[in-house]
Design a protein around this ligand. Structure first.
Ligand SMILES: [Zn+2]
Ligand SMILES: [Zn+2]
Length: 348
């Protein structure tokens, strides 16, 4: 529970800042929303006013409607909203993702949204930000989660793809964020082959190209693509396309899924993929701990995933006042991604 009289409170619509008369990533339509990023569990339709980074504007308008009332902000820029000072700082999660810092009445709070600390050529890096109170996610809040670099995972993906020149290689990952990160990592490795994209992925490429992210050439799959041309090609598609009618056009494809959840024993087999590549857009255990320490916060609240475990560790080992924050924070489930829409709930 959040303390009464603090800068933020938990309402049925979500985290609310009375001083700014604004909700952060509200669960229901509200007059004023401060949006950390464009994943579906953070950016919902129907709000009166959306404050979000300019880098996330393209994706937000595509998903919530071109006509939404969106106020684009830059990272680090200070805004007076009502009686609060509000700034957005890079979260390193996906293109345009931000942590939101609020300050009023001599108190500062930082809401992390989703974030990661690993380098990602498709978005700005995480910025450590100080605050009195830090609300952090803990999607992968267990010591077993330790991520390899994106570059290392991309090299594994390339050797998997190139090991099957006679088969199409279908790589499944969330359409927003993960797909473009994989593509940007491939570009970093010097891959210049044309990559084929499922329509749901292709639809989100333009904001990345506009943002100047280096990407290999891509094109949307066409129903005219025949097996002869598809052999040896790398195709990127959302999990919802796995085992769908769309897949029938491929003859004997090899399949793989890219997700932080691939670190969980049995997850790949349960979903029916031949290969799993462990790549997450959330902080791993060490990333969570260093972010908490660098915030300098005297009080930490933990949402998502292993919120109890991380809060207990912070109290008992790090001697930081910490507790889980319960609410309708949508936690990505590790068991039903194949059934979810392309990136819902969360693009882990
Ligand atoms: Zn999320
Ligand atoms: Zn997210």
């Amino acid at each position: 529970m959040l303390p009464a009289g603090g800068l933020l409170e938990l309402t049925p619509q979500g985290l609310y800042c009375r001083a700014a008369q604004a909700w952060i990533d509200p669960w229901r339509p509200v007059p004023r929303a401060l949006i950390t990023h464009a994943h579906a569990d953070h950016a919902r339709p129907g709000c009166g006013e959306y404050w979000a980074t300019g880098a996330s504007e393209g994706i937000l308008r595509q998903r919530l409607g071109a006509g939404i009332n969106l106020i684009p902000v830059d990272y680090g820029q200070l805004h007076r909203i009502g009686g609060a000072r509000v700034s957005f700082h890079s979260a390193g999660h996906v293109l345009g993702s931000a942590q939101v810092r609020l300050e009023a009445g001599g108190e500062s709070w930082l809401v992390s949204g989703d974030y990661k600390r690993c380098a990602d050529p498709s978005c700005a890096p995480f910025e450590p930000v100080g605050a009195d109170v830090f609300i952090t996610e803990a999607t992968f809040g267990l010591p077993i989660y330790r991520w390899q670099s994106g570059a290392a995972v991309a090299r594994e993906i390339v050797s998997w793809w190139q090991s099957a020149p006679e088969r199409p290689s279908l790589l499944f990952c969330y359409a927003f964020g993960k797909a473009q990160r994989v593509l940007a990592e491939l570009a970093q490795l010097g891959i210049s082959d044309e990559i084929l994209l499922h329509g749901a992925v292709e639809a989100l490429m333009e904001p990345y190209r506009e943002a100047g992210v280096q990407l290999p050439p891509t094109r949307a799959m066409s129903s005219l693509d025949r097996h002869a041309e598809l052999a040896g090609r790398l195709v990127i598609a959302p999990p919802s396309a796995h085992r769908s009618v769309w897949m029938k056009r491929f003859k004997a494809p090899q399949t793989a899924f890219v997700s932080g959840w691939m670190a969980v024993r049995g997850a790949r087999r349960r979903r029916g993929y031949e290969r799993g590549f462990v790549l997450s857009d959330h902080a791993d255990w060490n990333g969570l701990l260093s972010s908490v320490r660098e915030s300098g916060a005297r009080q930490v609240y933990v949402t998502h995933g292993n919120s109890d475990g991380l809060a207990r560790y912070l109290r008992e080992v790090e001697s930081i006042a910490a507790e889980p924050l319960d609410g309708a924070f949508a936690t990505e489930r590790s068991d039903n991604e194949a059934n979810s829409s392309e990136d819902a709930p969360d693009g882990a």
